[in-house]
Ligand binder design. Sequence first.
Ligand SMILES: Nc1ncnc2c1ncn2[C@@H]1O[C@H](COP(=O)(O)OP(=O)(O)OP(=O)(O)O)[C@@H](O)[C@H]1O
Ligand SMILES: [Mg+2]
Length: 320
Amino acid sequence: MGHSDPAISTRALVKDYVDFWGRPKVRALAGLDLEIRRGEVFGLLGPNGSGKTTTIKLVLGLLFPTEGEIRVLGRDPRETMARARIGYLPEETYLHKFLTADETLEFHGRLFDIPKAERGRRADELIKRVGLEHARHRAIREYSRGMGRRIGLAQALVNDPELILLDEPTAGLDPIATREVKDLVIELKGEGRTVLLSSHLLADVEDVCDRIAILHRGRACRTGEVSEILTVQNETRFTARDLADEDAREVERLLAEKASSVRVDRPRETLEAVFLREVRGPSGDVPAPASASACLSADMADKRSDGDVEAPASGGETGA
Ligand SMILES: Nc1ncnc2c1ncn2[C@@H]1O[C@H](COP(=O)(O)OP(=O)(O)OP(=O)(O)O)[C@@H](O)[C@H]1O
Ligand SMILES: [Mg+2]
């Protein structure tokens, strides 16, 4: 197995859930083709019931495919060798509620046969990494939902996995905790690990995933790079700061001669960026466009000579 094979590949993967009598009841995956490269953050996006959790369980070898093929780290996912190198955060926390964070990591470290000294060192590092130092000696049953997600994440990393499966890692988290989980995912990628995460929260996958697949009824109806999926290919946007109104009008006139339509607006921030800046201060490192700049966007493709110019007065407050 070379490092050139993908971390995960599925071909025409079908999963039927069967009833008590073994009769097919639900087709959860209906011919899924996926290829997840080593070292990338890949997002499975899709509405409830689209097959995200089913896919993750097949990758883990917890479920058996009805038809089709799946390879994980170059192996059949049911081989224990593959599983030892995988970290998994399930959709619902299943940790022992009477254990503390320390004891939880100790317990899972022992399951993976990690030597005692190394277990202690890793527990310290992971608890710090997920921000649970203040609660490490409290029982998990007392944890809030966000704290539960954090200890789940630490548990998923205890075996120093090269492939990490996170099923809805940010479900139920507030925006600060969500940002922290996203930053952690980016760190894990920086360490050379592969991350597969699922979410139905569009904003979550947008800024951490290199590529995504949009699942619908058990199929990937769109797969690709996030930036490519989100870029409007036939539009060009210029952003200028402190542009005088009359100059803006002149630029607009010039553009109107070349483009099929011209729109002038001001950039908007995301609510996430505003929220994080307000609660964390200006260092909340989410890039935010400057509010004083105006934004021009021109539709260059499909250029018509009878250019319909649909530009509000320059400097207008309207969004796109
Ligand atoms: N154990 C099961 N028995 C029968 N049907 C199941 C089982 N688990 C899932 N399903 C069905 O398979 C389909 C896909 O479910 P899955 O849990 O994979 O979706 P999901 O994308 O993870 O949804 P969500 O966003 O709600 O977590 C759904 O129709 C679901 O009802
Ligand atoms: Mg699910």
